[in-house]
Design a protein around this ligand. Structure first.
Ligand SMILES: NC(=O)c1ccc[n+]([C@@H]2O[C@H](COP(=O)([O-])OP(=O)(O)OC[C@H]3O[C@@H](n4cnc5c(N)ncnc54)[C@H](OP(=O)(O)O)[C@@H]3O)[C@@H](O)[C@H]2O)c1
Length: 241
């Protein structure tokens, strides 16, 4: 039986991916800060889910991850869906720093731990949900877009490092457009996708071992043209979301 760990499975996209994997016969370990949500998931699928409360911004998160891996009896897929995001037009420092602590410090802590685990074992698959927001800096969400760009570049770097060290580690960087989850609690967003639809795209991309998956087709087109916008023009565009 294949074993996956999902960090950030208490809501949103991570939770939908967790549902799909157990329905497809995976044995999974799920984590997040909200214990009730973890317990509810475990009760819904008796015998198929191990749970672990952890906060990726805390140093003991790696200890908790390793406990979860032991309880699962190993790990084939490490799936990181934990993340926060805010619009912050007033550039409140605490919002920016909280975003960086979760999406950069927490991300790095968990990804390095997973890389280390796969390096010491037969290898495995590391998948992360970053975002299309890393394509260019967004004035309304500076830390969010910058931290997502960090995640894209970090996974590029580890993919190269893994080859240099002849490791059997695969990587998938998942970049969705707008998804209707708690993360987008305020505001109206165009081309909104449902979390279960996005999760189906993700599971398909994982099976196909895609290196980068932009979800969905409309967003692939958008990102293609977005990349071509020159800096002088991008800085003058009043992007609201
Ligand atoms: N929604 C979108 O439009 C969209 C688009 C592109 C990319 N994404 C990315 O998709 C990922 C999942 O977000 P979502 O949209 O599914 O939103 P969500 O429902 O808010 O899910 C976020 C998940 O991250 C976990 N999390 C947050 N801080 C954490 C911490 N310090 N330690 C451990 N877990 C933590 C949350 O669990 P707890 O609160 O229980 O800890 C929750 O399970 C994020 O990385 C987000 O940036 C979202």
């Amino acid at each position: 039986m294949k074993r996956a760990i999902i960090i950030g499975a208490t809501s949103g996209i991570g939770q939908e991916v967790a549902h799909l994997l157990v329905q497809q016969g995976w044995y999974i370990g799920i984590a997040g800060r909200r214990e009730n949500a973890l317990q509810n998931m475990q009760q819904a699928y008796p015998g198929q889910i191990e749970i672990q409360c952890l906060d990726v911004t805390k140093e003991d998160a790696v200890l908790h991850l390793n406990e979860l891996i032991s309880r699962l009896g190993g790990m084939d897929l490490f799936f990181l869906s934990s993340g926060v995001g805010y619009q912050n037009r007033n550039l409140e420092p605490e919002i920016e720093l909280h975003t960086a602590r979760t999406n950069v410090e927490g991300f790095t802590r968990m990804i390095t731990a997973a890389f280390d685990y796969f390096k010491k074992t037969d290898g495995g698959h590391i998948a992360v949900i970053s975002s299309i927001a890393g394509t260019k800096g967004l004035g309304v969400a500076p830390a969010y877009s910058a931290t997502k760009r960090f995640q894209n570049t970090y996974i590029d770097a580890l993919a190269q490092l893994s080859r240099m060290q002849h490791l059997n580690i695969r990587f998938t960087d998942i970049r969705p457009g707008f998804v209707a989850t708690d993360l987008l609690r305020n505001g109206k967003y165009p081309m909104l996708m449902s979390a279960d639809k996005v999760a189906r795209h993700i599971v398909r991309a994982l099976k196909r071992r895609k290196r980068v998956a932009v979800i969905d087709r409309r967003y692939r087109l958008l990102v293609f043209f977005w990349r071509m916008i020159p800096r002088w023009l991008w800085e003058r565009l009043p992007i609201k979301n």
